[in-house]
Design a protein around this ligand. Structure first.
Ligand code: BDR
Ligand code: CA
Length: 314
């Protein structure tokens, strides 16, 4: 039986790769995409999610539109210099033929978890607002979910949206603090590992040989994203963020993990930083918090090869 997942996403170039990676993996059954602001505004994230499912030939999968703003304030704005103004590397796809479901992302998450208790893993690869809203709507989802495996955060590594914070968490730190504090199993696949997963120019070039719609789309959208990385980091190619969460679902042995309570900085320069509590003497702010499974090590080349293998067979 494949494992049911809901991907909560802000597509986004690397979100696109993660969605396609999941769709090409027989161990996983994507039962819905829920959308969120981050790389783009939520309205565009929803249109991109619909477009991606059309490219993949999977219009049977529902898309539910999520929150337009963070829990406590307005969305600070998209990042066209990373993902393009269309979130798809400035290739400007035609409008999707389909439409989103007529319930919100949070309602969709609650309804699906209620209908399939113990069977669904939530895979957020954007800001955690929809997940926090679902928790508020129905706190029993912590009993109904299988696990939460998210891309976001930085326990030991520096941030990317600021020196302190990773982009997904920094876009809604209050939501993230609720998600890390809820009584469910959370795995954090953050910059501690994703900045060690390096897709090199030769790995990217291999996608050109696949000859299928998903790999062809990846090849079209990657140049803009790759330019951003190559102008920001001393490496050629890209780091693999959102697909690393999918890889964790497929093969957790790729990762080394630690179990730490996590609090999220919500103030000042430290806004968006995920702070782990170490050692025996835990300060009150971290006490009585569940332990989060934090990825701290990864076999990057094996992960990159796994994703390419799945897309090659798409
Ligand atoms: C995360 O932020 C977004 O730009 C990416 O899609 C990824 O989810 C990386 O920090
Ligand atoms: Ca993302």
């Amino acid at each position: 039986m494949p494992r049911k997942i809901i991907i909560d996403t802000d597509p986004g170039v690397d979100d696109t790769m993660a969605i396609f990676f999941a769709l090409c993996s027989p161990e996983l059954e994507v039962i819905g995409l829920t959308t969120i602001f981050g790389n783009v505004h939520t309205e565009l994230a929803t249109r991109n999610a619909l477009r991606l499912l059309e490219i993949a030939g999977r219009t049977d999968i529902p898309v539910a539109h999520g929150a337009d703003n963070a829990l406590t304030g307005p969305f600070e704005g998209p990042v066209p210099f990373v993902h393009g103004s269309d979130g798809q590397g400035d290739i400007f796809l035609p409008d999707p033929a389909g439409a989103p479901a007529d319930i919100s992302a949070a309602q969709f998450i609650v309804e699906q978890l209620r209908a399939h208790p113990g069977e669904i893993t939530l895979v957020p690869v954007g800001p955690l607002t929809n997940i926090a809203l679902a928790l508020r709507l129905e706190p029993r989802i912590t009993e109904w979910v299988d696990q939460v495996v998210l891309m976001g955060g930085n326990a030991l590594a520096p941030g990317n949206a600021s020196p302190a914070g990773e982009a997904n968490i920094r876009n809604d730190p209050e939501a993230a603090d609720l998600v890390f504090g809820a009584d469910w199993s959370v795995t954090m696949v953050g910059l501690d590992v994703t900045h060690k997963v390096h897709m090199k120019p030769e790995d990217i070039a291999e996608y050109e040989t696949h000859g299928n719609a998903m790999s062809d789309h990846i090849i079209r959208i990657l140049p803009h994203y790759r330019n951003y990385f190559e102008s920001s980091y001393p490496a050629q190619g890209i780091f693999v963020h959102d697909s690393s969460a999918i890889a964790y679902l497929l093969d957790p042995s790729l990762f080394e993990t630690k179990r730490w309570a996590i609090r999220v900085g919500t103030q000042g320069l430290g806004r968006g930083k995920t702070w782990p509590a170490f050692g025996k003497h835990i300060l009150p702010a971290w006490q009585n918090r569940p332990l989060v499974n934090v990825c701290v090590g990864v076999d990057g080349p094996r992960l990159v090869a796994l994703e390419a293998e799945r897309l090659r067979k798409a």
